[in-house]
Design a binder for this molecule. Structure first.
Ligand code: B12
Length: 208
C-alpha cells in the first residue's frame, strides 16, 4: 500500500477503495501530510489534467471529487487538533458563481481543528451575504475561495465591500487559480495555496 494507491482509487472514483486505502495508510504509519498532499490532493490535479485533455468530463470529475471527500472524512480526526480554546471567529465560503468546495472544506476543517469558531457559508455565496454574516458574527477573518478564473473578480468585489463596510474582519483568499500577486492587487489581507498555510495566516492576522 502506498499513497499512489490512494491517488489511483480517487482517479477511478472508487469510493470504497479510497476509504480502505486511506485507513490502511494511516494504520501503516504513512504520514497524514503525504496521504493528504501526495494522495488525495494530487489525485484532483490528475483529474483536472484529464478534464483539460478531454479524457474525462464533468460527471467523472464530480465522482472523483466525491471519492476524495470520503477519503478526507477518514483523515479528518487526524488533522491538526488544537480546539481547546476558541481563538476567534472565521467566516468561509466559495464566491458567487463557483460551486467548487473541496479546498474550501479542507481549509474550514483545518481552521476549526486549530481552535477557531468556523462559520461555513457554503458555495455560490454572494458579496452581500459575506458582509452581512461578517457583521452578524463579529468575524475576525473572512476566507474567500474560488476555483474558476471567471469568479476571481467576485473576490475583488467582496474584498472591496468588506473594506467599505468598516468592519474589523480581515480578508484572505485562495483556490487553485489565485496567486499572491492577485491578493495584493485586489487589496486582500493574505493568500495561501494550502490549508495549513491558511491556518498560519489566520493565526497571524488574529494576533496582530
Ligand atoms: C473537482 C472539480 C470539479 C467538481 C467540483 C466538486 C466540488 N464539490 O468541489 C465539479 C464537477 C462540480 C466541477 C465543475 C466545474 N469545473 Co471543475 N474542477 C475540479 C477539479 C478537478 C479539482 C478541484 C479540487 O477540488 N481540487 C483539490 C482542492 C483540495 O484544491 P483547491 O480547491 O485548490 O484548494 C486548496 C488550495 O487552493 C487552498 N484553498 C482553497 N480555497 C482556499 C481559500 C482560502 C481563503 C485559502 C487561504 C486557501 C484556499 O487550500 C486548499 C487545500 O490545499 C479542478 C482541477 C484542479 N486541479 O483544480 C477542476 C477545475 C477547477 N474545474 C474547471 C471547470 C472549467 C469546471 C466547470 C466550468 C466545468 C463545466 N464545463 O461545467 C464547472 C464549473 C461549476 C461551477 N459553477 O463552479 C477548470 C477551471 C478552469 C479555469 N481556468 O477557470 C479546472 C481547473 C479543470 C481544468 N483543468 O480545466 N469541477
Amino acid at each position: 500500500m502506498s499513497v499512489t494507491d490512494i491517488l489511483e482509487a480517487v482517479v477511478v472514483f472508487n469510493k470504497v477503495a479510497v476509504v480502505e486505502n486511506v485507513k490502511t495508510a494511516i494504520d501503516s504509519g504513512i504520514s497524514i501530510d503525504d496521504i493528504l498532499n501526495k494522495g488525495l490532493i494530487k489525485a484532483m490535479d490528475v483529474v483536472g489534467e484529464k478534464f483539460s485533455s478531454g479524457e474525462v468530463f464533468v460527471p467523472e470529475m464530480l465522482m472523483a471529487a466525491k471519492a476524495m471527500q470520503e477519503g478526507l472524512e477518514v483523515l479528518k480526526p487526524h488533522l491538526e487538533s488544537d480546539a481547546l480554546m476558541e481563538k476567534g471567529t472565521v467566516i468561509i465560503g466559495t464566491v458567487k458563481g463557483d460551486l467548487h468546495d473541496i479546498g474550501k472544506n479542507l481549509v474550514a476543517m483545518m481552521v476549526e481543528g486549530a481552535g477557531f469558531n468556523v462559520i461555513d457559508l457554503g458555495v455560490d455565496v454572494d458579496t452581500d451575504k459575506f458582509v452581512s454574516e461578517a457583521q452578524a458574527q463579529n468575524a475576525d477573518v473572512v476566507c474567500l475561495s474560488a476555483l474558476l478564473t471567471t469568479t476571481m473578480p467576485t473576490m475583488a468585489k467582496t474584498v472591496d465591500a468588506l473594506k467599505e463596510s468598516g468592519l474589523k474582519a480581515k480578508t484572505i483568499i485562495g483556490g487553485a487559480p489565485v496567486t499572491d500577486a492577485y491578493a495584493q492587487q485586489i487589496g486582500a489581507d493574505g493568500f495561501s495555496d494550502n490549508a495549513p498555510g491558511a491556518v498560519e495566516l489566520i493565526r497571524k492576522l488574529v494576533a496582530a
